[in-house]
Design a protein around this ligand. Structure first.
Ligand SMILES: Cc1cc2nc3c(=O)[nH]c(=O)nc-3n(C[C@H](O)[C@H](O)[C@H](O)COP(=O)(O)O)c2cc1C
Ligand code: SF4
Length: 494
């Protein structure tokens, strides 16, 4: 069976041209106070102080058991000092299963830590920031195996393997497979087996031969509802269901989902589980608690969902009563770069990953506000049905001008900035108070994303360049990088 060549890293695929950071003027405090960006709004019935939003970012600071740590409190406390209207806590696991240093909300023992986190954000934002949590489910992803290990231990020997090599004895067959050159091995293995060997085995929502995957529609509504309920009790102001990128719920929505059990195939069937999950969460949390989702405006993979699917999904979610729709793009496993042996595939290394977190090396028209066209179309589709669910736009937004224009031209109702907020968590407050010239501007070269890929504590390269402020600065485990953005001298939240 012919096999697709391994995709190259997006760094190779990216255009070489470097897009310069846009020149623009920062507003005075007076201009900012009259802007749409710093005008209040509501998410459901929840008042929000401004239309500024820090979307979910995994910082790799939880314990290996998924608990909140002092470093994590500091991370979110630091974002809170910038007083965004909404701060979304990183993708947080809904199951009670080991998942490394990813935050978790799948058991009562996580309640005290999450409660402390909510208190810290409330205090350090002086009550200005609403704290949401992103709830995620993901399927099992194994590391790329050593070739010999895979052929000796992981490959399930089938009759077709025996026939291909004319060897009946299993041990002898495995040894013969090890001796085969890659081109011949690729012919003997199925496409899936070859991919498991080259990229690491990865469960898909279409693996309905696996009990756990077949039963996802039964399990997930309750799991999401339980984690959402725990988050509410911990003091979060809202819940964001993670329906984007490479994870379970986005995979149900994907056009590539051809399950035949009523949860795949047609658009309606692909929407069924995401709607059922939302209904379960809504039922548990009641009509007034803000619940929305992060979803893709475009999967950017061959055969994947496109903007017309996204408009339909968004419309259905809005009609069902979601309180906000946060739009992202890409970030899929299907086109990710081949990981090194012993490492796991990372969904932001291929062309769809580059669209998700565009760098200054991305193709035309460059990274700045790159994905706003998607949120604009989705917002228009939702409005056309007579519903006014707030739409959040993201992607390369790092200036007041880009943000304000996006709001004024109908691209979105709130503006999300991830990396700019990472580079300078105070940037919203600096802009609002007329100190835009002091904003430490993100360079969009993805040093932070490379750390995320290696599951290292995420930091910004711009923090490291600043002179140290003396003792007491918390450093990364390797002792080389400061863990939090430098403080903004001489200023406190106001
Ligand atoms: C280090 C890092 C971690 C991220 N983690 C998440 C996440 O947990 N959930 C999510 O939906 N998006 C995640 N993202 C994507 C961002 O929320 C955002 O959509 C993306 O970076 C594009 O926005 P920006 O151009 O403002 O950075 C992450 C991005 C970065 C840089
Ligand atoms: S590391 Fe680079 S891309 Fe990431 S936030 Fe800092 S400047 Fe921006």
């Amino acid at each position: 069976m012919p096999k697709a060549p391994a995709p190259c890293s997006h760094r190779l695929l990216a255009a070489r041209k470097k897009h310069p950071l846009p020149n623009h003027a920062w507003p005075s405090a007076d201009e900012a106070s009259r802007s749409r960006l710093f005008s209040p709004c509501t998410i459901g019935s929840l008042p929000v102080s401004s239309r500024t939003w820090v979307p979910a970012m995994v910082p790799w600071r939880a314990t290996d058991e998924g608990h909140v740590t002092p470093a994590l409190l500091e991370w979110y406390g630091r974002f809170a000092e910038g007083q965004p209207g909404v701060l979304v806590v990183e993708a947080t696991g809904i199951r009670d299963v080991p998942s490394g240093p990813l935050l978790r909300a799948g058991h009562e023992r996580f309640l005290p830590g999450l409660s402390e986190l909510a208190q810290v954000v409330r205090k350090r934002s002086e009550g200005q920031t609403r704290l949401f949590i992103q709830l995620i489910d993901f399927l099992r992803v194994r590391k790329r195996p050593v070739r010999e290990d895979y052929l000796l231990r992981f490959l399930k020997v089938q009759e077709r393997h025996r026939e291909a090599l004319g060897i009946q004895d299993e041990d002898a067959l495995r040894q013969a497979l090890i001796r085969l050159p890659d081109e011949e091995l690729a012919e003997v293995l199925s496409t899936r087996e070859w991919e498991d060997l080259q990229y690491g085995a990865r469960e898909r929502v279409t693996d309905t031969h696996l009990d756990t995957v077949r039963e996802l529609p039964k399990a997930l509504p309750t799991l999401f509802a339980d984690a959402a309920d725990l988050s509410r009790r911990a003091g979060f102001d809202g819940v964001e269901l993670h329906y984007a990128h490479a994870y379970t719920m986005a995979s149900f929505l994907s056009r590539t989902n051809d399950r035949t059990d009523g949860y795949g195939g047609t658009r309606e069937a692909r929407l069924r589980l995401p709607l059922e999950v939302f209904a379960a969460v809504r039922e548990r949390l009641g009509p007034d608690f803000p619940i929305g989702c992060r979803m893709l405006g475009d999967e950017v993979i061959p055969g994947g969902s496109r903007i017309d699917d996204a408009c339909e999904y968004a419309t259905q979610f809005a009609r069902a009563g979601m309180d906000f729709l946060s739009i992202s793009k890409g970030g899929k496993f299907e086109d990710a770069a081949q990981p090194k042996v012993g490492q796991a595939i990372y969904p932001y290394t291929g062309p769809s990953g580059l669209e998700c977190m565009p760098t200054v090396y991305v193709g035309e028209p460059g990274p700045f506000g790159r994905n706003l066209g998607l949120s604009k179309q989705i917002r228009a589709a939702v409005h056309a049905t007579g519903v006014r669910t707030p739409v959040i736009g993201a992607g390369g937004i790092g200036t007041f001008t880009t943000a304000e224009e996006a709001l004024l031209d109908g691209s979105c109702d709130l503006v999300a900035a991830a990396r700019q907020s990472l580079a300078d968590p105070d940037w919203w407050r600096k802009v609002r108070t007329g100190h835009g010239e002091e904003v430490r501007r993100c360079e969009y070269t993805n040093y932070c994303e490379a750390l995320d890929q290696r599951h290292k504590e995420v930091t910004c390269q711009l923090w490291d360049r600043l002179p140290g402020e003396g003792e007491g600065i918390r450093m990364s485990r390797d002792g080389r990088r400061r863990l939090c953005a430098p403080t903004w001298p001489g200023s406190s939240p106001q």
